[in-house]
Ligand binder design. Structure first.
Ligand code: AMP
Ligand code: ZN
Length: 123
């Protein structure tokens, strides 16, 4: 897509703070972080929204989900399992879809948001 900012980041024609790349996905720091850790996982292929996905994207969507805890771990907000209150860390994953879903960039992406319970106070 010619005029898509995430396609341009994937192509390397505009800069980003890239933290991960493979044949299907890239990940980089959100330019306007909402929390101490705010990462975006983005497929290289242009797809407008989650609602535009179908069976052809099953594997790619699975890769996006499985990458989230790995990147969270690498950025200090991984989930450490424990019994009850002994569990620590954790992060939020978010895919905004459409205007009422708060989507601003119409190239599918998943937010990975971590820090000190960053969703508190945002409701
Ligand atoms: P959404 O509202 O889910 O579409 O989120 C789009 C996100 O992309 C926002 O959190 C923006 O801060 C982020 N964003 C927009 N442009 C850039 C950019 N050039 N580099 C990194 N993040 C960006
Ligand atoms: Zn795009």
């Amino acid at each position: 897509m010619d005029n898509c900012i995430f396609c341009k980041i994937a192509a390397g024609t505009i800069p980003s703070k890239l933290i991960y790349e493979d044949a299907d996905l890239i990940a980089f720091h959100d330019i306007n972080p909402a929390a101490p850790v705010h990462l975006l996982i983005v497929p290289r292929a242009h797809i407008d929204t989650l609602a535009g996905c179908d069976d052809r994207q099953t594997a790619m969507l699975g890769k996006m989900l499985l990458l989230a805890p790995k990147l969270a771990q690498e950025h200090g907000c991984g989930y450490v399992a424990g019994a009850g209150e002994t569990a620590t860390g954790g992060f939020k994953t978010l895919v905004n879809t459409g205007p009422d879903g708060g989507q601003e960039v119409y190239h599918l992406h998943m937010h990975v948001i971590g820090g000190s319970r960053p969703w508190r106070g945002q409701r």
